[in-house]
Design a protein around this ligand. Structure first.
Ligand SMILES: Nc1ncnc2c1ncn2[C@@H]1O[C@H](COP(=O)(O)OP(=O)(O)O)[C@@H](O)[C@H]1O
Ligand SMILES: [Mg+2]
Length: 351
């Protein structure tokens, strides 16, 4: 039995269809990240799980219980939003305990739960402060604390770190990951940030226009993308995708780089194809069969590594390297086993 199951979920707002035939099964105890561009329906899906949005068609089951018509308060689900949603006139203690106050739980028990959550989140010394006396990261901890005290079956996070600055974001990312390991909780976490997805998730759902492009572990998704959309969405800088026209492939006399690649792949193509290679997989030192002379157009120095920009077959290419580069004209090497081929519809061709 799966822990959480979506069966053919449809959702439209007026005429516009946002989610269509969304089906997914999630195991217990997993950290699941919904990753996709802004507007692809992530929040809508989360809100349907929480009961804040009506489901048009299909079923959502939590431990085999149908959620569709259950009141939000009966679902045993806690949601943490990007906007924290704290009450400005209440102190941290009151904000964390807010959900419990409504559940007629004894005062001593509430205090115990709040202190336990505050300890886990390292905000015990802040319990008397008002939200305006807290930093963004501390506010987000309070919002998470409120969710923890409710001891839900399922935590939903909607872009909880988007309002934080970069340093705090990576710190909170680690905290949330530790929290998951400690509480062994079930989490559905929404983000458009691929780094958050890669670092936090047991499994990632890559979404595009209300559909699932791929569902798998971060390793699966990085190493074995099903199509160009997924390949480009994971990895920074994104995977280089070079379009090769059919004419260039069939012209056997034209022994350019791409014919070399195709020859290596030992396949015949009678349509346009796309060749993909990740910036970090292109080498300046380790020689391999496919060598290309390039002229560097720009180098971005990121400190520990550099991003080199050039063009191949009319497409801008990014190369990640730690090497110190003095020459403008260099040779780059594309390892064969790091090449990805995609058909004219941008779906992966396995070779
Ligand atoms: N209440 C609503 N009424 C009309 N359209 C909505 C509503 N909520 C979301 N949408 C639309 O549905 C689409 C998906 O939105 P959303 O789920 O918020 O995307 P995401 O969270 O992935 O950025 C968007 O095009 C958005 O404009
Ligand atoms: Mg959203």
């Amino acid at each position: 039995m799966s822990f959480l199951k979506f069966e053919d979920i449809d959702k439209s707002f007026g005429e516009s269809n946002v989610i269509s035939k969304f089906s997914l099964e999630v195991e217990k105890g997993k950290f699941i990240v919904l990753l996709g561009p802004s507007g692809c329906g992530k929040s809508t899906l989360l809100r349907m799980i929480a009961g804040l949005e009506k489901i048009d068609n299909g079923k959502i089951l939590l431990e085999n219980n149908l959620l569709n018509d259950l009141l939000p308060s009966k679902r045993q689900i806690a949601m943490v939003f990007q906007s924290y949603a704290l009450y400005p006139h209440m102190n941290v203690f009151e904000n964390i305990s807010f959900g419990l106050m409504n559940e007629k739980i004894k005062k001593d028990k509430i205090k115990e739960k709040v202190i336990e959550a505050a300890k886990i989140l390292k905000i015990k010394e802040l319990l008397d402060r008002k939200p305006k006396e807290l930093s963004g990261g501390q506010r987000q901890r309070v919002a998470i604390g409120r969710a923890i005290t409710r001891n839900p079956k399922l935590f939903l996070f909607d872009e909880p770190l988007s309002n934080l600055d970069a340093a705090l974001r990576s710190e909170m990312r680690v905290e949330i990951s530790k929290l998951h390991k400690k509480l062994k909780s079930n989490i559905i976490y929404v983000t458009h940030d691929q780094v958050e997805a890669m670092t936090l998730a047991d499994k990632i759902v890559i979404m595009n226009k209300g559909n699932i492009e791929q569902f798998g572990t971060p390793e699966d998704i990085y190493n074995d993308p099903k199509n160009v959309f997924v390949a480009e969405f994971i990895g920074n800088p994104k995977m280089n995708i070079i379009k090769i026209k059919k004419e260039d492939i069939v012209n056997k006399n034209n022994l350019n780089l791409f014919n070399k690649i195709i020859k290596f792949e030992n396949s015949n193509f009678d349509e346009d194809i796309y060749i993909g290679i990740r910036p970090e997989d292109i080498s300046l030192e380790n020689k391999s069969e496919i060598a290309v002379k390039i002229t560097i157009e720009l180098i971005e120095n990121l400190g520990s590594e550099k991003i080199i920009y050039t063009h191949l077959n009319g497409t801008e290419i990014r190369i990640k390297s730690t090497k110190n580069i003095k020459d403008k004209n260099i040779t780059i090497y594309l390892p064969r086993n790091k090449l990805y081929l995609f058909d004219s519809k941008k779906n992966r061709i396995k070779t």
